[in-house]
Write a new protein. Structure first.
Length: 578
């Protein structure tokens, strides 16, 4: 195998050529920042009135914060690397029948904000991966506890039996039905037929959501009726029993060409007003346990419901890192960037977050790997059970990452246990959320979990192929943008001001440079302080006749300080210079 790998590698990496320049620049620029701060201190000491004292102090504080944020960004420039995968070499190293099983988690939380058809499209796009279907299990977590979402998935299970073979036989690249039918697809009679099926499913699902109930005419079997019976009078989204419904069972359910379908399982964990639900992290932990009981695949993909798969080869790319030797023993997860569709040229709310999702992770990748961004991330199941060298056993052996599930997923004991671990009080007095699974304590469970895994000694890989692996929706209204930014800011500050602060706990656990990368995110909201100061202070200073910038004649310091904010912003905003 060694020799096969050296002739046809599965992945390569190379350091970027600009690295020495970046380091030199960081050194020179640090001197400029100190000169600027020195100038501010001098002005502060010379201030004679209250107004000039206030203005100089504000400038000093803003520039200290800007300088600090600048220094955190430099950690991303210290060793940026570029990776490449060669999925075409995979089958030289591992037989298709030996591919590892994958559990795919899709989260949804509200049938009105996240229409069930969007969730269905995400699920169908991943069910149709070019991967042995008997190795795929798709779990949908419905935190909205909505019968409409369950109904949509019953429909998707039926439509999938036509869609999957259609994609396979016609080598379709975009396997998300909605995106496919929006593209310039070939108008053959087979395609028209499948499009009609899709449209009629869509109408049924949308009618059900509009009417606010699943009418009898849409329920086609006793099993389905029984599932909907769980939505009794007292069933609300904040208070309801767990609902776990197997919609497709691998091996038993077959498509219209008689090939096996992947598993498709609907999970709505139990909710009660009296127990905390821990938002998405709670939902993911419930899914981790339910999937452990039912399939326990060694690799887990987390996806948001608004992100569909845009490349059938993605799982092969992931395997390039997880199979063959040498395989990094501490490799915990593989993160794909969040990329978006439907962006307009101007992207007026700047929601693409290119720096956050595409530029900075390249820098972190050269250190110990990118942070987790909540979606498009493949984990080894083992990472959720303690540090690489200190396995933390779960409450009972069936939850253990090395347990092999032998019973079929519809077996009564399996379903009973799955419902038990999806209970709202199950986590009381356990390590879930603190030492095990996705971490609680922050609204940005993704950043928090990724960061804590790195502190434990896990590392990660950034996989950024030219063809986006996943495409998602961006917020398109100002209200959505503001609420998203507020949620992120609160969540990040929760980590920054906790005992796990990257500057203290992080620096001890992983060293200064890596910790600075994580600190950059944790302290991201403090950008608002210097930005607001710079927005308002110059006018105030002008009105009060206070000079905040040095005069051109005041020698070296003046010149440097004049150009430094300009230089700072130009360097910060040119992505090609990382
Ligand atoms: O109680 C909850 C709340 C949210 N979600 C799901 O979590 C996902 C992300 O939530 P959303 O409200 O869309 O947050 P965004 O700010 O758009 O998402 C970004 O930020 C989140 C918090 O950091 C990450 O979890 C996401 O992956 C990341 O895309 C969605 O699929 C939701 O359905 C739940 O399952 N349960
Ligand atoms: Mn979202």
């Amino acid at each position: 195998m060694e020799s096969t790998l050296s002739k046809s590698p599965l992945h390569t990496l190379r350091c970027m050529r600009r690295t020495p320049f970046n380091r030199l620049f960081a050194g020179v620029y640090t001197t400029a920042i100190f000169a600027l701060l020195y100038h501010h201190v001098l002005i502060l000491l010379q201030s004679t009135t209250l107004v000039s004292f206030f203005i100089s102090t504000s400038m000093l504080i803003s520039d200290i914060l800007l300088g600090f944020m600048w220094s955190t960004t430099q950690s991303f420039r210290m060793r940026p690397i570029l990776r490449q995968q060669f999925p075409e070499n995979l089958e030289k190293v591992i037989d298709r029948k030996d591919f590892p099983a994958m559990d795919i988690f899709i989260c949804t939380a509200d049938p009105y904000k996240e229409p069930p058809m969007t969730v269905v499209n995400t699920a169908l796009s991943v069910m149709a991966y070019d991967y042995p279907p008997e190795k795929l299990s798709v779990y949908v977590s419905d935190d909205g506890g909505s019968e409409f979402t369950l109904f949509a998935f019953m429909e998707a299970a039926k439509f999938g039996k036509h869609w999957l073979p259609y994609c396979r036989n016609n080598n379709i690249v975009v396997r998300c039905p909605d995106a496919y039918f929006r593209s310039n697809y070939p108008r053959s009679s087979e395609t028209q037929k499948i499009k009609m099926m899709y449209e009629s499913m869509k109408i049924r699902v949308e009618t059900v959501v509009e009417r606010g109930k699943v009418s009898d005419e849409y329920v086609s079997s006793e099993e389905e009726r029984e599932a909907f019976n769980k939505w009794t009078q007292g069933f609300t989204r904040q208070d309801h029993p767990s609902v776990i419904q197997v919609l497709l069972e691998m091996g038993k359910d077959r498509d219209n060409t008689d090939k096996s379908m992947p598993n498709l399982i609907y999970v709505s964990r139990q909710k009660s007003k009296a127990s905390p639900h821990h938002f998405k992290a709670g939902a993911l932990n419930a899914l981790l346990r339910v999937s452990a009981i039912m399939t326990n695949s060694p690799i887990v993909l987390t996806l948001d419901c608004d992100m569909y798969s845009n490349d059938t080869q993605t799982l092969h790319r992931v395997l390039c890192y997880l199979t063959g030797s040498p395989c990094r023993p501490n490799l915990g997860y593989i993160q794909f960037p969040q990329r978006f569709h439907g962006l307009n040229e101007a992207d007026i709310y700047a929601c693409e977050f290119k720096r956050l999702f595409q530029v900075n992770p390249v820098g972190m990748d050269g250190l110990s790997g990118p942070s987790y961004v909540g979606t498009g991330c493949f984990f080894r199941r083992r990472v959720f059970f303690g540090a690489p060298s200190a396995f933390l056993p779960p409450e009972f052996p069936e939850l253990s990452p090395d347990n092999v599930v032998e019973k079929p997923i519809k077996a009564q004991p399996i379903l009973a246990l799955a419902n038990r671990v999806a209970g709202c009080n199950y986590e009381n007095q356990t390590n879930w959320g603190s030492k095990m699974g996705f971490k609680y304590g922050s609204l940005v469970e993704d950043y928090n979990t990724g960061y804590r895994l790195h502190c434990e000694g896990w590392n990660s890989v950034f996989c950024h192929p030219d063809r986006p692996a996943f495409l998602g929706d961006i917020p398109i209204s100002l209200n959505d943008v503001l609420s998203q930014t507020k949620r992120w800011s609160v969540g990040l500050l929760e980590v920054a001001f906790s005992k796990y602060c990257p500057l203290t706990f992080g620096a001890r656990a992983m060293g200064n440079i890596r910790a600075l990368c994580f600190a950059h995110y944790a302290f991201w909201p403090i950008w608002s302080i210097p930005i607001s100061t710079y927005a308002f202070l110059p006018q105030l200073a002008l009105l009060n006749n206070v000079s905040i910038f040095p005069e051109v004649s005041s020698a070296l310091v003046g010149n440097i300080t004049h150009i430094s904010p300009i230089l700072y912003y130009s360097f910060h905003n040119v992505p090609s210079l990382y």
